[in-house]
Design a protein around this ligand. Structure first.
Ligand code: NAD
Length: 468
């Protein structure tokens, strides 16, 4: 018997045991619709019923669900990556495989819900994390399946049910994945509809969901318009909004490593991750060396003023970003600009710009990285703060000067600050720390995990229980 067969047997035994322990779940109670509903109201009602049943199950049921998702979804990852690129027209299959694997393996489960206790002469107080109910989770087109996997693990570990509002531009694959996750949950714990959505995800349906009385909390992963809409809804909103991560390089940095890290971070999935480096601000003294090393590591430098003009004409429209090129490959962007395409596809296109260039001040979400020179560290810091623009998202810095690193981290006030690494180190890729694809920026929860999606409750016992 191999390990997969053994796992299957253990899961079946566990499911039957959980069902018999609670006496509340059985196949005969299957609802009429499962996972995908015709209308928002029916979907949320079904999720609310599922939440009530889930709340009565033991914690080990939540762990079993997460173990099942980790074990079973792994084989689907290449499909998810290929279909996401096909449906959204954005990103890179190989990188999407890595991102989905990261979400599946490094999103924390119920171990994230740490109970704390205070005890003393007057008794004991417990602080525990409890679920909210049904969470309305709005997911982006840029990390469609990564966000559904990541939020499913976090929110289910916290004991919630989830109504997903996938981006209409990724709806077919999102619906496929939600159905798949629902089925795996049901097989593990016998409860249907812990994750649901509608057959026609649309902006209108997202707005209906935001107003629904049975949605306890909104978790919005997307651009500024939708996060603002959530904040105006009157509901508690965990807002994971846009970023524009600057990458500051000073004259003390290890330039070869900095160059390699920047090319790797800014080219990930064609630069669509919100955490990816969006502009480099480099102290003049090391700028030439940094650019040379970036080119050595596979970046293409657009140099002549004519070529720079052509590149910008393709990438920028009316002072904003050309949405048609978001998430496209370097080859597609060079072709759109009418520039020659090298035989070996460049990892990244780099171009020197002024500090107020549209490519610098806007979140471009494409593998075209502007580089701005600064006369010294202080000027580089001032420019970097303007690039981040108070979004509280992500900033990266390459330096060996600890007090400067400390100063920038303090002034930036970003949810993620990466020192001497690629931006994706900040979401646990090749680095310490757990993963998330929902980084709550304007609302301040930062890198979300199960405990973010909980109420913190206090439970007091008087005249006991202190055994010190
Ligand atoms: P988007 O804002 O276009 O869409 C996000 C979600 O909002 C989708 O589900 C979409 O259907 C919905 N939406 C957008 N406008 C709406 C409207 N008017 N009415 C109802 N629903 C609406 O974002 P996107 O292009 O899919 O994703 C890219 C953006 O998201 C970038 O700005 C990126 O920085 C940000 N993002 C942030 C995080 C984070 O964790 N902070 C993660 C991923 C993406």
């Amino acid at each position: 018997m191999n390990s997969t067969e053994l796992e299957g047997i253990i899961r079946t035994i566990l499911t039957e045991k959980l069902a018999s322990e609670t006496g509340k779940v059985s196949n005969s109670e299957a609802p009429k619709s499962i996972a995908i509903f015709d209308d928002v109201d029916s979907a949320i009602k079904a999720a609310n019923d599922a939440y009530r049943r889930y709340h009565e199950l033991p914690l080990k049921c939540r762990s079993a669900i997460i173990a099942t998702l980790r074990a079973e979804l792994e084989a689907d990852i290449p499909y998810l990556a290929e279909e996401a690129v096909k449906e959204t027209g954005m990103g890179n299959v190989g990188h999407k495989i890595l991102k989905n694997k990261l979400a599946l393996e490094k999103t924390p489960g119920i171990e994230d819900l740490k109970t704390t206790a205070l005890t003393g002469d007057d008794g004991m107080v417990l602080f525990e994390y409890s679920p909210f109910g049904v969470i309305g989770s709005i997911t982006p087109s840029t990390n469609p399946t990564e966000t559904i996997i990541n939020n499913s693990i976090s929110m289910l570990a916290a004991g919630n049910a989830i109504y997903f509002s996938p981006h209409p531009g990724a709806k077919n694959l999102s619906i496929w994945l939600i159905k798949r996750i629902e089925n795996l949950i049901y097989k593990t714990c016998g409860v249907h509809n812990l994750v649901v959505t509608v057959a026609t995800p649309s902006f209108e349906n997202t707005q209906l969901m935001m107003q629904h009385p049975d949605i306890a909390v909104l978790a919005i992963t997307g651009g500024p318009a939708i996060v603002t809409m959530g904040l105006k809804s009157g509901k508690k909103t965990i807002g994971a909004g846009a970023g524009n991560p600057p990458c500051l390089v000073d004259e003390t940095a290890e330039i070869t490593k900095a160059a390699q890290d920047i090319v790797s971070g800014a080219s990930l999935d064609n630069n669509i991750p919100c955490i990816a480096e969006k502009a480099v601000v480099v102290v003049n003294q090391v700028a030439d060396e940094l650019i040379t090393q970036m080119v050595d590591y596979g970046a293409l430098l657009i140099r002549s003023s004519e070529d720079v003009k052509a590149l910008k004409a393709a990438c920028i429209i009316d002072g904003g970003i050309n949405k048609k090129l978001i998430g496209k490959s370097t080859t597609t962007i060079l072709e759109a600009a009418g520039l020659p395409v090298p035989l070996k596809e460049p990892k990244l296109i780099i171009v020197e710009t002024a500090k107020d260039d549209p490519l610098v001040v806007h979140e471009q979400l494409m593998p075209v990285l502007p580089i701005v020179r600064a006369k010294d560290f202080e000027e580089a810091l001032a420019i970097s703060l303007k690039v981040e623009n108070g979004l509280h998202h992500t900033a990266v810095m390459h330096s060996q000067n600890v007090s400067r690193l400390n100063k920038v981290a303090q002034l930036m006030q970003t949810s993620i600050f990466v020192k001497n690494g690629p931006s994706y180190a900040g979401i646990g890729f090749g680095a310490e720390g757990f993963n998330t694809f929902t980084i709550a920026t304007p609302t301040g929860e930062g890198t979300t995990s199960a405990r973010t999606f909980c109420r913190l409750r206090r439970c007091t016992l008087t005249n006991g229980f202190s055994i010190r």
